[in-house]
Design a protein around this ligand. Structure first.
Ligand code: SF4
Ligand code: SF4
Length: 89
């Protein structure tokens, strides 16, 4: 039996927007986003100061933007629907 105190992040009825992506070169591997426990966030192969950077599995991301809100360097961005590349400001 699973007891949850919040809605499942993968609930298909809760999709909020397009998948997000991480600007890899800007990620400092602070792990703040990983503390959310989102299954779409996984460790990447690249590292920063010995820590693994993070990547987003677009097939699992529902675009809730929680990870972008906690990112310490604002390197999590929405993907462009036409190019699937990060939208930069
Ligand atoms: S926006 Fe971030 S926290 Fe939300 S589902 Fe996608 S990867 Fe997970
Ligand atoms: S919060 Fe941002 S800088 Fe920190 S690990 Fe996640 S993507 Fe990288």
């Amino acid at each position: 039996m699973i007891i949850s105190n919040r809605p499942c992040v993968l609930d298909p009825m809760k999709i909020k927007g397009p998948a997000l992506t991480i600007v890899n070169e800007n990620c400092n591997a602070c792990q703040s986003c990983m503390n959310l426990g989102c299954p779409a966030l996984t460790w990447g192969t690249d590292t920063f100061e010995g820590r693994h950077k993070v990547k987003i599995d677009a097939s699992l991301c529902i675009g809730c933007t929680l990870c972008a809100q906690v990112c310490t360097v604002d390197c999590i961005k929405p993907t462009s629907p036409l190019t699937s590349t990060p939208v930069t400001q």
